[in-house]
Write a protein of this length. Structure first.
Length: 666
């Protein structure tokens, strides 16, 4: 092959940018300090050979898992040696880019003890967990029930004589099934089980249970445990040991029941504390919030690959003697740029959701529980919306890269396989949207009773106006006015919510209405969540945005985000009479001109994500655009190319070929 020239094939593209890219990098990272930490951690990981990840697709399961254990141990060593802060450590984990048992230990086991344990329990368990002297997981889902948490079957029966709980799996379907880190690594779990005292069932609660010996890692008596097997895709989520777990009358001391929400006294009396019982679901609220922030990362990564490759790839036509860059096709732009805009939109809504979560946490500490329902609805709804869009977008980016997108070396197949379960874990996306719809229906039904909607539902206070206001678009330029767009999204959501509430009121039993109208309720919830994302993008632009041209780029992306949603859900907007068909047609014209505005900035807008080539893991998304020689290099690394004649030739190919010769002679 020809010697490789050190050329940046995207240099011309970069020179077209009309904004200060360094300023945009800081906006994307969420601040100067955040940018600096992220940049440093990305480089640290990229330069460390232990964190190599280009061989994941070809390792067998055992090698893959052992390799993950090695990486996790090495990461932990580096974290201690370099005295990394929590923020730095979590960035380091992000750039290592490999699902591992440590995610559940840090992301769920520690938070569940923090959120549902008493002061005493936190003092006892957290120091060991922080030092990783114990490794924990979150064992809620069972073979028979995941979404329906109240339907879990594992029992925790109090034995007052010995002051212990007996944890038991009474049926096959009560086996814990799915918890990450459970299969091989965890020594402990927070197990969700039915609390039974004196023959009475008090519902679900969390219990800290030791699973494996801290000396030799063997399962403790009465514990049957293992990995649930290979999951979708090679490499991908198979670095994680999702596990099964059965209990045969396993005894734990009474003080291992997490007692912030409910307590069991020495005599076996159950005392409900004054915090809402829904705090039992609090860890899920926390993780859903992190999943929204993560969606913008996965989406931006796929978009970065597809955008760079679309600028490198040429097919047909002629531009100054060259074939056309595929990024210049309007169809490519209309598929790609809304995804680029969504990446930025999800970034900003993720920042806002983090703030909302911190706010609700502080209020809970001060015993103000009033914003909990809204925090639940926002985290559930936005988790659902952003993960569904991101999963579909990764697949769209694969298609945007044509045939080469299907190669593992494009980075997209693995990204897709790792990402799609986000639509299911931490709550199936449809089940979560139904929670949002329930919250909206409740909010609307309480409007007459003087209960004031709060936070993201405040717009429902202007219900009368929103139900009849015409859309304020006369000319195409009106579509660029943020207040016009926000009001339109409010009107669509309000009208769909009220229409559904009216249909529900016709049922004598509300549960029957919820069953019958569930598909419409999901559409209502989606409309409400899209309104939140649009509004938070608009609010972000009302802040001080430093850097030449940065605000203008973000304004264009915000309009693309909103108008492409309008185009996609035109049926909603037309059927609720929120807009006319003439206005819809104007919106389409504006979108085309916005795509032209973004086009020269596209490469710089994805460079602003500041992803290293190591993190992207994609030949197509390389920073220098040097795609073709690298595709060859990657192909030649495949084990199939290790020998010129394949293994199996003599046994299976040659005889067939010879037989064909004989047949031919006949
Ligand atoms: C190799 C490298 C290693 C590097 C290592 C380096 C070291 C590391 C250092 C640092 C690293 C940090 C790393 C951190 C990484 C973090 C990553 C985190 C990864 C996460 C991975 C995820 C894995 C997946 C986990 C799971 O899936 S856990 C299981 C999740 N399960 C669910 O989500 C179940 C879904 N079901 C439900 O939530 C509920 O059952 C329901 C659907 C809501 C129904 O509940 P039910 O009570 O039956 O229903 P209702 O009657 O509808 O509701 C009653 C009432 O409650 C309200 N409600 C419901 N939910 C909530 C809630 N969550 N909060 C508040 N309120 C709630 C609901 O609105 C109702 O209210 P009303 O009565 O008022 O209407
Ligand atoms: C990769 C991965 C990692 C996981 N990690 C963990 C973990 O660490 N710990 C843990 O405890 N769990 C974990 N889980 C389990 C996960 O939380 C559950 O799978 C998830 O909550 C969905 O529940 P389910 O499997 O019961 O789905 P089901 O509820 O059985 O869903 C099946 C179908 O039924 C539909 N459906 C269900 N209920 C309704 C309804 N009321 N109305 C309309 N449609 C409905 C759903 O939309 C879906 O289409 C993990 C799962 C995965 C895939």
């Amino acid at each position: 092959m020809e010697a490789e020239a050190a050329v940046d094939y995207l240099v011309d593209e970069r020179s077209k940018a009309q904004f200060d890219i360094d300023a945009m990098k800081i906006i994307w990272a969420g601040g100067k300090h955040e940018f600096e930490v992220s940049d440093r951690m990305a480089r640290l990981v990229a330069s460390d050979p232990v964190f190599r990840k280009d061989n994941r697709a070809i390792l067998d399961r055992k090698e893959l898992f052992k390799n993950t254990l090695r990486k996790a141990a090495h990461a932990w060593k580096r974290i201690i040696e370099l005295r990394l802060s929590e923020q730095e450590a979590s960035k380091l984990r992000f750039f290592v880019d490999e699902p591992a048992y440590t995610d559940l230990h840090w992301g769920m086991f520690i938070p569940v003890i923090k959120g549902q344990g008493t002061e005493e329990q936190r003092k006892k368990w957290l120091p060991m967990a922080y030092r990783m002297q114990i490794i924990g997981c979150y064992a809620q889902t069972e073979l028979g029930h995941g979404s329906n948490v109240q339907g879990l079957e594992t029992t925790a029966t109090f034995d007052p004589e010995l002051d212990e709980f007996v944890i038991h799996s009474p049926t096959l379907t009560s086996s814990k099934w799915w918890p990450g880190g459970l299969g091989r690594a965890s020594t402990h779990a927070v197990v969700f089980a039915r609390l039974i005292t004196d023959g009475k069932d008090h519902g679900i609660n969390g219990f800290i249970v030791q699973l494996r010996s801290l000396d030799d890692h063997l399962p403790l008596p009465g514990i049957i445990i293992g990995d649930i097997g290979m999951k979708f895709g090679n490499g991908a989520y198979n670095t994680m040991d999702n596990g099964f777990l059965r209990f045969d009358h396993v005894r734990i001391p009474r003080d291992q029941m997490l007692m912030r929400v409910k307590q069991v006294t020495r005599e076996g009396k159950v005392v409900q504390s004054d915090v809402p019982w829904q705090l039992l679901y609090g860890t899920m609220v926390y993780v859903r919030q992190t999943i929204v922030a993560d969606a913008s990362c996965a989406l931006s990564r796929a978009v970065c690959i597809a955008t760079r490759y679309s600028a490198v790839r040429r097919q047909f036509g002629s531009q100054n003697g060259h074939e056309t860059q595929v990024i210049d096709y309007r169809t490519q732009q209309s598929r790609l740029f809304p995804l680029l805009a969504s990446a930025y939109a999800f970034r900003f809504v993720g920042e806002w959701l983090k703030w909302l979560y911190m706010d609700v946490t502080q209020r809970l500490q001060a015993r103000d529980f009033s914003t909990l329902p809204e925090a639940h609805a926002c985290t559930a709804g936005l988790k659902s919306l952003t993960t569904s869009v991101t999963a579909d977008a990764i697949e769209e980016c694969r298609k945007l890269c044509g045939g080469h997108g299907y190669l593992c070396s494009s980075g997209l197949p693995e990204l897709f396989a790792v990402y799609v379960p986000a639509c299911t874990y931490e709550g199936d996306n449809i089940v979560l949207l139904l929670q949002v719809a329930r919250f909206l229906m409740k909010t609307v039904s309480q409007l007459g009773s003087g209960e004031r909607p709060v936070g993201t539902t405040t717009y429902l206070l202007r219900l009368e106006h929103l139900l009849q206001c015409p859309c304020d678009v006369q000319g195409a330029e009106d579509w660029l006015k943020p207040d016009v767009v926000v009001q339109l999204f409010e009107a669509r959501s309000a009208r769909m919510t009220v229409a559904c509430a009216k249909s529900l009121s016709k049922f004598s039993k509300p549960e029957d209405g919820f069953m019958d109208l569930s598909a419409d309720l999901v559409s209502v919830a989606t409309a409400h969540c899209q309104l939140i994302v649009v509004s938070k993008f608009v609010e972000k632009l009302q802040q001080d945005i430093p850097g030449e041209g940065v605000k203008q780029q973000l304004e264009a992306l915000c309009s693309i985000y909103a108008l492409s949603l309008l185009k996609k859900h035109l049926g909603d907007f037309l059927s609720t009479s929120c807009i006319t068909s003439k206005q819809a047609s104007l919106a389409n014209d504006v979108l085309r001109s916005l795509y032209s505005q973004v086009r020269p900035n596209a490469i710089a807008l994805v460079d602003a994500f500041n992803y290293t080539d190591h993190f992207l893991g994609s030949v197509l998304g390389r920073y220098d655009g040097n795609v073709y020689p690298k595709l060859y290099e990657e192909a030649l690394k495949d084990p199939l190319n290790e020998s010129v004649v394949p293994d199996g030739y003599h046994e299976y190919l040659q005889p067939v070929l010879k037989q064909r010769l004989r047949t031919a002679r006949l």
